[in-house]
Ligand binder design. Structure first.
Ligand code: ADP
Ligand code: MG
Length: 287
């Protein structure tokens, strides 16, 4: 297994007004992400998730510590602007509001925008646009106006634009946050498919526990630190720690926790409602 991202002892403070004490958005963070993995990042508002995403996509640069992309330290003095531009082409970012990500008045033109800027030949652009639209299930909307689409569909078009750029890692910064439940499910299914079928490394920042349980690994941030890091089962079997960081746990875990408080001997790390029901039934029959 090779490494996609690594950060070592990473710290960052946003510039503040003169005289004000600098506020650390990231405080000595270290971790690495394997190529091809699917990592969910959770954390209360202001915990540093977006700042971290901007560091990993080389939009912001650390005050202290280093960011490594595919074994290359991007934070040394001998890294040139050209190195940074090249590295940025490997990492795609998708944001919360799809309206801010769509630039064209026709869906396929929007998806073509990035590849056109790469100066690719027209037939290659056509191929990439068709492929990307098919991947997000938006082929039939190729000639439509983006502003008439639903939030979920717009977000899928924005993701198609990233796919057309052939990014091998994509950071989704709350890309499901503004969507209705249907749109959220559509986008989440695409995120999962990009990871499982296209082997794209995915970092998915989200507030939805139902999404986090679908990742291979969950990193929980709290006030610029990493509070927890493990598989969904490892992380969500410690609900008290998550509640203390003002975070939710999956509803199944919450129910199982309440059952435990009532003296039922159940596991907490079950996220599927059917499995949860069986666990409770089995615990009752053991009584
Ligand atoms: P999250 O994405 O987890 O909500 P952010 O990374 O956006 O957190 O923010 C981390 C901290 O940095 C917060 O305290 C926030 O107020 C501060 N911050 C974020 N962006 C800026 C900025 N552009 N200027 C000053 N402070 C910022
Ligand atoms: Mg954020």
């Amino acid at each position: 297994m090779s490494e996609c991202f690594r950060v070592e002892n990473l710290s960052y403070s946003y510039p503040t007004e003169e005289g004000a004490a600098p506020h650390r958005a990231l405080d000595h963070i270290s971790f690495s992400v394997e190529e091809g993995s699917f990592v969910a990042i959770l954390g209360h508002n202001g915990s540093g998730k977006s700042t971290l995403a901007k560091m990993l996509s080389l939009i912001l640069f650390p005050d202290e510590g280093s960011v490594w992309l595919r074994g290359r330290n991007m934070s040394t003095d001998d890294i040139t602007e050209e190195d940074v531009l090249r590295a940025r082409r490997e990492v795609g970012m998708a944001f919360q509001n799809p309206d801010n990500q769509i630039v064209a008045t026709v869906v396929e033109e929007d998806v073509a925008f990035g590849p056109e800027n790469l100066g690719l030949p027209p037939e290659e652009i056509r191929r990439r646009v068709d492929e990307a639209l098919a991947m997000v299930g938006m082929t039939e909307y190729a000639r439509h106006a983006p502003h008439k689409l639903s939030g979920g569909q717009k977000q899928r078009v924005a993701i198609a634009g990233i796919i057309a750029m052939r990014r091998s890692c994509i950071i989704f910064d709350e890309s499901t946050a503004m969507l209705d439940p249907v749109g959220r499910r559509e986008v989440m299914d695409i995120i999962e498919k990009l990871n499982r079928e296209e082997h794209i490394t995915v970092l998915h920042i989200t507030h939805y526990m139902t999404e986090a349980v679908r990742a291979d690994r969950v990193i929980v941030m709290d006030r610029g630190h990493i509070l927890m890091d493990g598989t969904p089962r490892e992380v969500f079997s410690q609900p008290e720690k998550l509640w203390a960081a003002h975070l939710d746990v999956p509803q199944t875990t919450e129910l199982l926790y309440a059952m435990r408080q009532h003296g039922l001997d159940v596991q907490l790390d079950i996220f599927d409602p059917d499995e949860c029901a069986s666990e409770i039934a089995a615990a009752i029959s053991r009584r």
